[in-house]
Design a protein around this ligand. Sequence first.
Ligand code: ADE
Length: 223
Amino acid sequence: MKIDILTLFPSMFDGFLHESIIKRAIESKKVEINVHDIREFSLDKHKKVDDYGFGGGQGMVLMPQPIFDAVEHYKTENSKVILVTPQGNVYNQREAYFLAHESHLIIVCGHYEGFDERIRTLADMEISIGDYVLTGGELPSMVITDSVVRLLDGVITEKSHIADSFHNNLLDYPVYTKPVDFRGMKVPDVLLSGHHANIEKWRYEEQIKRTKIRRPDLLERNE
Ligand code: ADE
């Protein structure tokens, strides 16, 4: 898979691309991730990318030209163009699975007060990562990239996704490591029993119990 991220703040991605699982996925060529500065596509002599909104009141608005030129430069017939904005469909694990089957994502990060409405015509989809407003699309684009890359073949073990919170719309079961007794808090006996069928059953029951208490809306979706 290839992911091209278009942003006004490329250096925000430095840590993200150079640590942990994402770093390893890039090194082992499971994914190619390129971060591009939208400003490089500005035709203005001062590399201007935004201007006041018509009608007043809005603050600075991203202009269409640099973003159209950037998207058109990287787009091929297999690309999915994603605009990250609080006005998009709210992102979830199901969407991550769909995106993980694409071969090329172009993620456009908005900034400032917003972007010229005509930029929407470039997008195959608009994604919001939740009902709150961030200062820009950089963090949302990292959230989407991270959730997709970990699902690509060979990035983490298949078993890890199956145990994920939200696989089957259930939250994760509790996990424990050493010591068996920490300040009087003990690891449940069943996990020490070596009885795999009982462990599976306990884990599933814990998932249901936890989801019922914390996220009953997820169980309703299953029904
Ligand atoms: N840009 C600003 N806030 C956002 C959000 N919640 N999701 C996606 N993009 C955004």
